[in-house]
Design a protein around this ligand. Sequence first.
Ligand code: NAD
Ligand code: TYD
Length: 349
Amino acid sequence: MKTYLVTGGAGFIGSNFILYMLKKYRDINIINLDKLTYAGNLENLKSVESDKRYTFVQGDICDKELVTNLFKKYEIDYVVHFAAESHVDRSIKNPEIFAKTNVLGTVNLLNCAKNAWETADGWKAGVKFHHVSTDEVYGSLGETGYFLETTPLDPHSPYSASKTGSDLMVKAYFDTYKMPVNITRCSNNYGPYQFPEKLIPLLINNCLNHKDLPVYGSGMNIRDWLYVEDHCKAIDMVINNGRLGQVYNIGGHNERTNITIVKTVINYINENVDKEVTDNLIKYVADRKGHDLRYGIDPTKIKNELGWYPETTFEIGIVKTIKWYLGNKEWMKNVTSGDYQKYYEKMYD
Ligand code: NAD
Ligand code: TYD
């Protein structure tokens, strides 16, 4: 019976991970530590809230006393660290909280895990700290080439710089103390429960409300899209079989320009849901400051070492995703009530 401390489990990827793991394994316990910022939503986990194997704790990863007590109370085998401030545009407007949560919060978790797991002659058997990093730590690609695990880190936005800080602190705990760790660097995820400040759910929400679809700059920036369940599967494989101290890139060679994504969403909704949704909704707006041109992952290492491959093609994943949002309009309504409108108006005024 393994016990996982999942941080940020009420967010997009964290909640998908918890649902995936509880479905896949019978004999596990999951403690979900989440502060419930604007991005955290317990509705995502409604289907497991009365599952005896699942416990929710509201709190901040920066809180030393709270995290120390969690390690005392539960025999934690694995930390799976998702909690973060995750949106690039917000990091451009307000970098401080990114440094605090992403860097200092990660260091606090590492310290508390070290205090609980270090023994006189090494480390408790079988424990591991899994850090969920991002391909954005590598910076931006030109028109050719891919990010390898050995590509030098060259982050540009305050978000990616703070994720690089946390990624390197995890590496430091391995290099210095031999703490059992893994780091995964994944490309852009999409799927159910993603907060509609990120491109794909924002497009779906705006289409359904006949609102403009903001395209930054030329629309020719490229992201490498991965269906969220394939990311969850990869993390599970790395926790179980990843070599200690290793970094694994995760991505499925699904590069698309932003404008292609916009047109894909418009076309699907136009053909299947609402004829009034057309290209007329596209609105080119000022470019994001320091906008990375292109991300593209080379996943050869995780494929060769662990046999991971993405199961969901973009064509299937995007339809599944749009259908999920169509079937969960209440969820969208709830997460876009409150401060969301204010945030949105400030972004594009
Ligand atoms: P998200 O913004 O949807 O969720 C983040 C969660 O962390 C929220 O539930 C929030 O309440 C929680 N949180 C924030 N600050 C906290 C704090 N101080 N203490 C405790 N909880 C806190 O993010 P996401 O898209 O699910 O991303 C999860 C992780 O995956 C992040 O570390 C992100 O950098 C990484 N990642 C994301 C993507 C992507 O495409 N979304 C790709 C690669 C890596
Ligand atoms: P986003 O979903 O914010 O992810 P990230 O910046 O972490 O890659 O953005 C994906 C791409 O879409 C990025 O190139 C910025 C662009 N974008 C738009 O053109 N319009 C939008 O309204 C948003 C949110 C993003």
